[in-house]
Write a protein that binds this ligand. Structure first.
Ligand code: UDP
Ligand code: MG
Length: 318
């Protein structure tokens, strides 16, 4: 039984060594305890501009179980995770963040659940004490909003999860370019299980998810998984249409009664109202059209520049 660990890294030079130290101790104890036979740890360098790649190269040089994938530039968290999962050669793979906010110690429990028959084991935070108030509030709004629109998400689950070989093979079949992994896995089916944990503080360094990336992540999640906003456009458009008929009848009736006042408001208000609504939904439409554009282009999700320690014939380029 082989376990693959996948870790996306973007400018994480301050944490790489600590992650390696903690994971090695832990994974070796799993091997000794016969929970697994062997393991590999795949680090994906997402175009870091600091010493991340150098640190990974150094680790790969001294430990064959450390594998590294280096991107040609910064493609983002989800593409980095995707690459690691596609290269993973284990019977199961666990993805986690580089900053040790997801404590690796619960991997043992995840493996247990896997052995009990779960193909996907979700790590779920039972509290978000260590996150800023802003991050917590926006996250709650995001999950609630997604659920409201009918997207199947596991509440408070980020990208800390175990996937069986079967789930990994299914994942390979997803050809989409816009990737929102935490929506993709629940949509796959399979027997799943949940392991809760307490989210730690970032071990070192600062968040690699500034507001700008968070917003685009949320937009990605919504537009890749639901056309609810488009349906909303139709519903609101229809309501407006009904209102327009009633207003039209009223206008005609007033005219016939001779009580129509040459009004400025009655002309300008509908222009504002309908103009605004139209603009809003043209915005939503363009979001989807942009998505279609990206998918049609079929651009690569990531570009690998170099790999280390993948020369054992396993986990070769997918
Ligand atoms: N990350 C990445 N590419 C990016 C941004 C982030 O590979 O463009 C990685 C980062 O190195 C970390 C994980 O994604 O391993 C989660 O990022 P972070 O911990 O900064 O996010 P937060 O926990 O603050 O939401
Ligand atoms: Mg983090």
């Amino acid at each position: 039984m082989k376990l693959s660990i996948v870790i996306p890294c973007f400018n994480e030079e301050q944490v790489i060594d600590e992650v390696y130290r903690r994971l090695t101790t832990l994974l070796n104890s799993y091997v000794e305890g016969a929970a697994i036979d062997t393991y590999e740890v795949i680090y994906v360098d997402d175009g870091s501009s600091d010493g991340t790649l150098a640190a990974l190269r150094r680790l790969a040089g001294k430990d064959k179980r450390v594998k590294a994938i280096s991107f040609s530039g910064n493609f983002g968290h989800q593409p980095a995770l995707t690459a690691g999962l596609l290269y993973a050669s284990g019977d199961m793979a666990v993805s986690l963040d580089a900053d040790l906010q997801d404590p690796p110690e619960i991997i043992g429990e995840m493996i247990k659940r896997f052995k009990d028959g779960a193909d996907i084991v979700y790590g779920v935070r039972d509290d978000r004490q260590e996150d800023t108030y802003f991050k917590r509030a926006t996250a709650v709004i995001f999950y609630k909003f997604m659920t409201l629109m009918g997207v199947n998400l596991i509440y408070n689950h980020a990208d800390y999860r175990l996937l069986s070989r079967a789930a990994l093979e299914a994942f390979k079949k997803y050809g989409e370019v816009n990737r929102f992994l935490r929506g993709m896995f629940p949509s796959m089916g399979f027997k799943h299980s949940i392991v809760t944990y307490k989210r730690e503080k970032r071990f070192a360094g600062t968040t690699k998810y500034p507001l700008k990336k968070m917003v685009s992540f949320a937009v990605e999640g919504i537009t890749s998984f639901t056309n609810f906003p488009l349906r909303l456009a139709f519903v609101l458009g229809f309501v407006n249409f009904l209102a327009a008929i009633i207003l039209g009848l009223w206008t005609i009736a007033s005219k016939l009664k001779g009580s129509a006042v040459p009004g400025w408001a009655s002309i300008v208000l509908p222009i504002y109202l309908f103009g605004g609504i139209q603009l809003m939904f043209i915005g939503i439409l363009s979001e989807y059209v942009g998505k279609i554009y990206m998918e049609v282009k079929h651009r690569p999700v990531f570009i690998v520049k170099e790999t280390y320690n993948f020369d054992d014939g396993q986990g070769k380029s997918p």
